[in-house]
Design a protein around this ligand. Structure first.
Ligand code: SAM
Ligand code: DTB
Ligand code: SF4
Length: 329
C-alpha cells in the first residue's frame, strides 16, 4: 500500500479524490499509521523576516505591492529579533522555525543575512526552514553549507490553473528552484493552496505534480486560502471543508512518507474540520497566533484542541516516529 510512486495520472487522482468519503479516509489512515504515530503532531512556527513590498503578482498574497491590503512593509529583521522570536517559538513547543521573506528572489547579500539567521536559530536546537523565493544553484549551496534543514517553495496549484494566479514567474521557474534546493542536499517543503476557486481536477493536477517530484518533498504544506481584502482572490467562493479533507487524504496516500502540514487557513476551520484533516493524515501544524502576516489560532486554542484529541506535540526533531510518544492526556 505504501510503495513510493511518482507516476500518478490526473484521471487516477481525480478518482482518488472522489472516492466515497469513508473509504478514502480509511485508506489514508492506514497509510498514515504505517508511517507515523497518529497521536503525534509536529509544531512549526513562522516568522516573517521581511514583510510586504513584493514585486510579484500572486493573486492570493497580501504581500504583493500590486494590491492595496493595508499591509505595512518591513525591512529585513535583525538577527537579534529573530533569535528572540525563535526562543519564544521553542518555549511554545515548536521544533521547527520557518522564516519567510517577501522576495521574488534574494540577492547574494540578502542570502548572507539569512545565513546569519539560520545559524542563530540552529544554535537554539531547532530545525530551520526558510522561504525566500527563487534560488540559484549557488545560493542553494550556500544555504546548505549554513546547515539549513528545509527550503519551502510551493508549486501552489496545477500547471493549467497557475497562469490565472501568477503571471510574473512560471511553473518551470518553481521546478528549477526546487531542483536547485534538492541538488544542494536541503530537504524540500513543497505544497500548495486550495480554495482559490479551482476545480477538483486542478487539485488533482497539483497533487500529481507534487507526487511526481522524485524524491517526494519531505514536507507538504496544504494551505487553505486566507482571503485578504484587497487581493484579487478576496471574495472567491469558499471551499467545501470535505474537499480540503479529501485533498489531505489523497496527499497522504500519494506521498506516504511525507509529512503533510495543515497550514494556512485554520482560523476559518471548526475544531471538527481540523480533527478530520488530522485524521486524514495531516501531522503538522503552524503554532502561534500569526502565520506570516495573517492570524493563526494561537497556542491556547491549539493546545486545547490537541488535548481534546489526545494528540501530543512532537517533542524533538529527531523523532519522526517516536517509540514512546509523550501524551498530554
Ligand atoms: N516570496 C516567497 C515565495 O513566494 O516563494 C516566499 C513567501 S510566500 C508568502 C510563501 C507561500 O505562502 C506561498 O507560496 C503561498 O503558498 C503561501 N501563501 C501566501 N499567501 C497566502 C494566502 N493568502 N493563503 C494561503 N497561503 C498563502
Ligand atoms: C506555506 O506553505 N504556508 C506558509 C509558509 N509556507 C511560508 C505561509 C502561509 C502564509 C499565509 C498568508 C500570510 O500570513 O501572509
Ligand atoms: Fe511575493 Fe511570495 Fe507573496 Fe508571491 S507569495 S507576492 S512571491 S511574497
Amino acid at each position: 500500500m505504501s510503495e513510493l510512486r511518482h507516476d500518478w495520472s490526473i484521471p487516477e487522482t481525480v478518482a482518488l479524490l472522489g472516492r466515497p468519503f469513508h473509504d478514502l479516509l480509511a485508506d489514508a489512515q492506514a497509510v498514515h499509521r504505517a508511517g507515523f504515530d497518529p497521536n503525534v503532531v509536529e509544531g512549526a512556527m513562522l516568522l516573517s523576516v521581511k514583510t510586504g513590498a513584493c514585486p510579484e503578482d500572486c493573486a492570493y498574497c497580501p504581500q504583493s505591492s500590486r494590491y492595496d491590503t493595508g499591509l505595512i512593509p518591513e525591512r529585513l529583521m535583525p538577527t537579534a529579533e529573530v533569535i528572540a522570536a525563535a526562543q519564544n517559538a521553542k518555549a511554545a513547543g515548536a521544533t521547527r522555525f520557518c522564516m519567510g521573506a517577501a522576495w521574488r528572489s534574494p540577492n547574494d547579500r540578502q542570502v548572507e543575512q539569512i545565513v546569519e539567521h539560520i545559524e542563530a536559530v540552529a544554535d537554539l536546537g531547532m530545525e530551520t526552514c526558510v522561504t525566500l523565493g527563487m534560488l540559484t544553484d549557488r545560493q542553494a549551496g550556500r544555504l546548505a553549507e549554513a546547515g539549513l534543514d528545509y527550503y519551502n517553495h510551493n508549486l501552489d496549484t496545477s500547471p493549467e490553473f497557475y497562469g490565472t494566479i501568477i503571471t510574473t514567474r512560471t511553473y518551470d521557474d518553481r521546478l528549477e528552484t526546487l531542483g536547485n534546493v534538492r541538488a544542494a542536499g536541503i530537504k524540500v517543503c513543497c505544497g500548495g493552496i486550495v480554495g482559490m476557486g479551482e476545480s477538483r481536477t486542478v487539485r488533482a493536477g497539483l497533487l500529481v505534480q507534487l507526487a511526481g517530484l522524485d524524491p517526494h518533498p519531505e514536507s507538504v504544506p496544504v494551505n487553505l486560502l486566507v482571503q485578504v481584502p484587497g487581493t484579487p482572490l478576496h471574495g472567491v467562493e469558499a471551499l467545501d471543508g470535505f474537499e480540503l479533507v479529501r485533498t489531505i487524504a489523497a496527499a497522504r496516500i500519494m506521498m506516504p512518507k511525507s509529512v503533510v502540514r495543515l497550514s494556512a487557513g485554520r482560523t476559518e476551520m471548526s475544531d471538527e474540520l481540523q480533527a478530520l484533516c488530522l485524521h486524514a493524515g495531516a501531522s503538522s501544524i503552524f503554532l502561534g497566533d500569526r502565520l506570516l502576516t495573517t492570524p493563526n489560532p494561537g497556542d491556547s486554542s491549539d493546545h486545547d484542541l490537541l488535548d481534546r484529541l489526545g494528540v501530543s506535540l512532537r517533542v524533538s526533531s529527531a523523532t519522526l516516529r517516536p517509540e514512546a510518544p509523550v501524551h498530554t492526556v
